[in-house]
Design a protein around this ligand. Structure first.
Ligand SMILES: [Zn+2]
Length: 201
């Protein structure tokens, strides 16, 4: 994979697809990489949502649970992933970041029958769920696990992005919109991911 004209391009057979989201605008200074989970279980669902003008949301990249990479906004355009957000003395982080979404159902609740389900009552198999307490919360909850191939793909793309755009930092949505957002959540290894991406291991 490489970056050409602010687009990811596959090399030697790697599949990188580009599905243009209408939810974008001009002007971005990518100081930060911001990580998210989609709060859904499928890549198709996430891509469809970001293709829908009514969503008023998008991300530069969506990483599937099988490691598939879909770009939806060129890296020199502003994607709409962070919403109301702040970091340091900056507000509205869409203007200052590249947004990467990982397909993951996020925070789950245990139904009366013992099944873990999403906000939309979609069942997530128990072997894909771990309990953890979010660092911005007090109570333990169920969270959808990230897959290994997905994390590998996310790291590879993030390292490549950093080589081109030289990020100041790698952040979670939960960092820039605390109290409002809990993604990428406690199962995302943000500290090690940051070290690898920024080369400060
Ligand atoms: Zn988010």
């Amino acid at each position: 994979m490489k970056i050409t004209n602010h687009r990811l391009v596959g090399e030697s057979g790697e599949a990188v697809s580009f599905r243009k989201s209408p939810n974008q605008s001009g002007g971005v200074s990518p100081l930060y990489l911001i990580l998210h989970f989609t709060a859904g279980a499928t890549l198709d669902g996430a891509v469809s949502w970001f293709l829908n003008p009514e969503a008023q949301a998008s991300a530069h990249l969506v990483i599937g649970r099988d490691g598939a990479v879909v770009q939806m906004v060129p890296f020199n355009r502003r994607a709409w992933h962070a919403g109301k957000s702040a970091w340091g003395n900056l507000e509205g982080l869409n203007q200052y970041s590249i947004g990467m979404e990982l397909v993951n159902a996020g925070k789950l609740r245990k139904r009366a029958d013992g099944q873990w389900v999403t906000w939309s009552n979609h069942v997530i198999p128990a072997d894909e769920v771990s309990t953890a307490t979010h660092r911005n919360e007090n109570a333990e909850a169920g969270w959808h696990e990230y897959t290994e191939v997905q994390m590998d793909a996310a790291r590879r793309v993030a390292v490549l992005l950093n080589a081109t755009y030289r990020f100041t930092d790698v952040l979670g949505h939960e960092d820039v919109s605390p109290g409002r957002k809990v993604d990428p959540g406690p199962l995302f290894p943000l500290n090690s991911f940051r070290s690898i991406v920024l080369g400060r291991a």
